[in-house]
Design a protein around this ligand. Structure first.
Ligand SMILES: [Zn+2]
Length: 318
């Protein structure tokens, strides 16, 4: 992920989901899963992140990253969630390379017959940056992976009225610098694979990247879908974790895995704390990005907000 004054082809998101068809449903199942979700999600996420770090680096195009993809799939399977490894190849500055996304779909529950459900996409990249000595990526990328893995079994039990797709992206990091053939390989592949009909059903794409910083502050970039940003801030408020969220000052854009989805007109939010280390970004892409710099409390704060957003969406899904 990278921050810059990039100009994006930002499709205007026709996000009317919140405005129309919203109705408060006295949905007992919806209430139940939140009650059950008083578990220690942050602890679970940290545990997964620690295990993921222990696997070693996940540099693109290597055996190690293929093993990491299998590991993610096996953790999901252990929780009763079927996941697929979606292999593909893509051009890079180092030539054509093989990549593998890991994708799991939690089906919608209790849908009216013949009516296709809305879709929510939750994403995180799992590759680690190449070319940095002793880089393990505790925050970038294990925090996002750990968070999604902790959330997955909760969502599978929740009986949500929308389809939830969990996407673990390969090739987010660039080999040199972000370009059409460098970085965001997995997310570009996954976004392109959505049919127009599917893309139209995606009501939210939430990306989790660098969400474990002990000193957590998720800055929502101004390009964040407005409705989704409001939801996230409101959710954080309700969950008592609002101090960890802010709307970023300045009109910068994050180059991250949400960008290809936004280009498809999908409402996106990148939950990313891009001040990792002493108010600057001192630990980012350095050997300092280690487990002791992230915490279960921070992961838990982000997950509480995400859970609440999903809960609110569930209540409003007709
Ligand atoms: Zn990175």
């Amino acid at each position: 992920m990278e921050r810059g004054l990039a100009v994006f082809l930002c499709a205007v998101a026709a996000f009317v989901f919140a405005a129309c068809g919203a109705r408060p449903a006295a949905n007992a199942a919806t209430e139940d899963w939140r009650d059950r979700a008083t578990h220690e999600l942050g602890e679970a996420a940290f545990g997964h992140a620690a295990a993921f770090v222990a696997l070693g680096p996940k540099r693109v195009g290597t055996d190690e990253i293929r093993r990491a993809a299998e590991w993610i799939r096996s953790v999901l399977l252990d929780n009763g969630i079927r996941a697929e490894i979606d292999g593909f190849s893509d051009a890079t500055p180092a030539g054509e390379m093989a990549f593998s996304n890991v994708a799991a779909t939690i089906p919608a529950a209790g849908r009216p017959r013949g009516k296709k459900p809305p879709i929510v996409i939750l994403g995180a990249h799992y590759d680690t940056k190449s070319g940095i000595e002793n880089f393990v990526g505790a925050n970038d990328s294990a925090s996002g992976v750990g968070a999604l893995l902790a959330l997955a079994p909760v969502l599978a039990e929740a009986g949500l009225p929308f389809e939830t797709r969990l996407l673990f992206f390969d090739g987010e990091e660039s080999l040199r610098y972000y370009a059409a053939n460098d970085g965001l390989h997995g997310s570009r592949h996954a976004a392109a694979a959505l049919s127009a009909e599917e893309a139209g059903r995606v009501v939210a794409m939430i990306l989790l990247d660098m969400v474990g910083d002990r000193d957590l502050r998720v800055d929502l970039e101004r390009k964040t879908d407005k409705g989704l940003a409001r939801r996230i801030l409101r959710a954080a408020e309700k969950e008592g974790v609002r101090e960890h969220f802010a709307v970023a000052r300045g009109d910068f854009g994050l180059i991250d895995d949400h960008v290809p989805f936004r280009a498809r007109g999908i409402p996106c939010a990148d939950l990313c704390d891009f001040e990792y280390g002493e108010g600057r970004n001192a630990f980012w892409h350095t050997a300092e990005d280690t487990l002791d710099k992230i915490s279960a409390a921070s992961l838990g704060a982000v997950l509480k907000a995400v859970e609440r957003v999903l809960y609110d969406l569930a209540k409003e899904t007709p």
